[in-house]
Design a protein around this ligand. Structure first.
Ligand code: AMP
Length: 399
């Protein structure tokens, strides 16, 4: 995959063109009300820009996990309404994404108009990347714009299939995400630090393996650090850990060492006997965890050490919280490191790129999201990119 081959619609005459845009409108919603419109806010400028160039903008997206065809709960109706509000334009919803209903809605769409087609996952052909279904989608557009980086790790009809049937372009949000990741991984200002946290090491093995070959410092925190502590022969009490992965943790440490990547583990920890808000917590050295303890955050010494390591780095990539940040006081380690990274970024001495659902939630809770160089709206796709995998939705655009 040659990312330099990605094309955008810049310079194209789009007047009157039917532009099929794959967006990620899969936002959190409850009882028909969108509860977090961040993803919509990010996709709106790209849609408005196409509309202002006279394009007929036809938006495709999946929403939720419908099991057996259409159902009210997974209808994009409230999302289309919210999108219209944010865009300040009327945005109608076509009752289907293929067939006559979609066709007549598209025919009626004027130049500069935006329409959302109903949930692509109401059809089995979407996730199967079925050629007939993809053809039916393609019949609705003259060109395809994929602006859904966060869905690009899936080879579905609306993400990968369409790019093979229509002239295909990367949308502005897609380009933003890819450029931010390339800046941090392909040709970064060195030294580069990666912070990898989160619950379990099992979900992050490929990320750790790939990053250890690319970054200079690999800072490990969160529940997954416990397996590394265990690998070092330390007591971790009743903490979350995966003892069957102790050998894997050793292999990762070994591989990192042979590639001159320093693995940075916590020097102290915040422990409690119960995993609940307000549980009495203690800060202990990594060597002093008691059998009844649960490790729920990294301690202040660990944060000080991480900040020190970071102060000698020019680029930061971050995925995964350093502790159980949703429950006070176990977010303090994550918040403190996030604030330090934000300060350095604001001072212009650090390029900071973060992504993943929990990471974004933690940065939001720390109030620093806007101070990072780039915060990705993607979860799975961000992680797969960090694993060094080719995302089918991106590869199809870069062919
Ligand atoms: P992940 O989805 O793997 O990035 O994991 C994120 C989750 O890890 C968050 O819900 C955190 O609460 C949780 N987490 C982080 N550190 C710990 C820890 N020490 N013990 C238990 N859960 C943790």
């Amino acid at each position: 995959m040659d990312l330099d081959k990605l094309k955008t619609t810049d310079g194209l005459d789009l007047s009157g063109k039917r532009v099929l845009v794959r967006a990620d409108l899969n936002v959190p919603a409850k009882n028909g009300v969108v509860t977090d419109a961040t993803r919509l806010e990010r996709v709106v400028p790209g849609l408005k820009s196409l509309a202002s160039r006279g394009a007929r903008v036809i938006v495709l997206s999946h929403f939720g996990r419908p099991k057996d065809g259409p159902d009210r709960e997974n209808s994009l109706a409230p999302v289309a309404a919210e999108l219209g509000k944010l865009a300040g334009l009327p945005v109608a919803l076509a009752p289907d994404c293929v067939g006559d209903a979609a066709g007549s809605a598209v025919t009626a769409l004027p130049n500069g108009g935006i329409i959302v087609l109903e949930n692509t996952r109401f059809h089995k052909g979407e996730e199967k990347n079925d050629p007939e279904f993809t053809k039916a989608l393609a019949a609705l557009g003259d060109i395809f714009v994929n602006d859904a980086f966060s869905a690009a790790h899936r080879a579905h009809a609306s993400t990968e299939g369409l790019a093979r049937l229509l002239p295909a372009y990367a949308g502005p949000l897609m380009m933003e995400e890819i450029n931010a990741l390339r800046k941090a991984l392909e040709n970064p200002k060195r030294p580069v630090a990666a912070v990898v946290g989160g619950a379990k090491v099992s979900t992050k093995i490929p990320v750790l393996t790939n990053l250890s070959a690319k970054v200079d410092k690999l800072i490990i925190g969160g529940g997954m650090a416990n397996t590394f502590l265990l690998a070092g022969g330390l007591e971790i009490g009743r903490s979350l850990a995966e003892p069957d992965l102790v050998e894997t943790a050793r292999e990762i440490m070994h591989a990192a060492k042979s590639r001159s990547c320093e693995i940075v583990l916590p020097q102290d920890l915040v422990v409690a006997e119960r995993f609940e808000a307000g549980a009495p917590a203690r800060t202990v050295l990594t060597t002093d965890v008691e059998p009844a303890d649960m490790i729920l955050d990294v301690g202040p010494k660990a944060v000080g050490h991480y900040v020190d390591v970071l102060s000698r780095c020019e680029t930061l990539l971050w995925n995964g919280p350093l502790g159980a940040f949703e429950i006070a006081p176990f977010g303090e380690g994550t918040f403190a490191l996030a604030r330090a990274a934000a300060e350095r970024t604001k001072a212009g001495t650090l390029v900071s790129v973060a992504g993943g659902g929990d990471t974004v939630a933690a940065l939001n809770a720390a109030g620093v999201t806007d101070d990072f160089t780039y915060v990705s709206s993607a979860g799975g796709a961000f992680l797969e990119w960090l694993e060094g995998r080719e995302l089918p939705g991106v590869a199809a655009l870069a062919k």
